[in-house]
Design a protein around this ligand. Structure first.
Ligand code: SAH
Length: 236
């Protein structure tokens, strides 16, 4: 079973959207498990304090290293072999990609720490070997939604979660390209027809058309992906 452990001061946010649809069904089937751990359980004072003022001054609060370390150590004490990667959701992290998601999905699971306030004391990031992962260049108010995004992206790749395994191979990013456009009935809608090639029944032609349109879309919309795709092709 693929296991996600999430450390948060809002464990009640979980499973949240992960309890519905594909991920929810897969959870019920026992394909993956979720353990939402309340960080406050690892505080030692009466007020269950998890944060303190930033050293050096400035606005906001910083999450305390000692409390976080106790929570991580408690998870580590129960850890199987091989141990799961420990990730800190963070806008400073390496941006999450489909390739990384696929690698995480092939592994035993993840341990995710969700930041709040101004973030986490730097010493516990180093001291517990947390790898910072970002879901994009914008700032959320906390790591919980980011953790859900990461888990959702992993879970849909687990064997038995998606109906047709084939659909995964053709998706956006599968080959470093964005996906081709999709169409369904009716054949004519508001004056727009489905492209002829898609109703031709010629599978080779359909594949060639999809490939060409995917390349064109990627070149037009995502210069970064296109450059990487062209470079990868040259390597081959
Ligand atoms: N002061 C911090 C932002 C803190 S936001 C900074 O400027 O870097 C509070 C928490 O939300 C973070 O600790 C992190 O866990 C989460 N978070 C915010 N944006 C995120 C993003 N793009 N990806 C992943 N986690 C994010």
């Amino acid at each position: 079973m693929w296991r996600a452990s999430v450390i948060s001061i809002f464990p009640e946010m979980f499973p949240g959207p992960l309890g519905a649809s594909l991920a929810g069904k897969a959870h019920q089937k026992g394909i993956w498990s979720l353990d939402a751990i309340d960080l406050r359980d690892f505080a030692t004072d009466r007020h269950r304090t998890v944060d303190d003022t930033p050293a050096g001054g400035g606005p906001g609060m910083v999450m305390k290293p000692d409390v976080i370390a106790r929570a991580i150590d408690a998870v580590a004490a129960q850890e199987g072999q091989p141990p799961r990667p420990r990730l800190l959701m963070s806008p400073r992290g390496v941006p999450l990609t489909q390739a990384r998601v696929a690698a995480l999905a092939r592994g035993p699971g993840v341990v995710l720490l969700c930041g709040r306030f101004e973030g986490v004391d730097e010493r516990v990031i180093l001291g517990r070997g947390l790898e910072e992962v970002s879901i994009g260049d914008y700032v959320l108010s906390g790591g919980e939604l980011a953790a859900m995004v990461l888990i959702d992206a992993c879970v849909r790749l687990l064997p038995g979660v998606m109906g047709k395994e084939g659909s995964l191979a053709e998706e956006s990013f599968a080959d470093g390209l964005l996906e081709y456009p999709q169409y369904t009935r009716p054949p004519l809608w508001e004056g727009h027809a489905i492209p002829d090639v898609l109703v031709s029944g010629d599978h080779a032609k359909v594949a060639a058309w999809r490939r060409a349109v995917a390349e064109e879309l990627t070149r037009a919309r995502r210069a970064d992906l296109w450059a990487a795709h062209v470079a990868a092709k040259r390597q081959k």
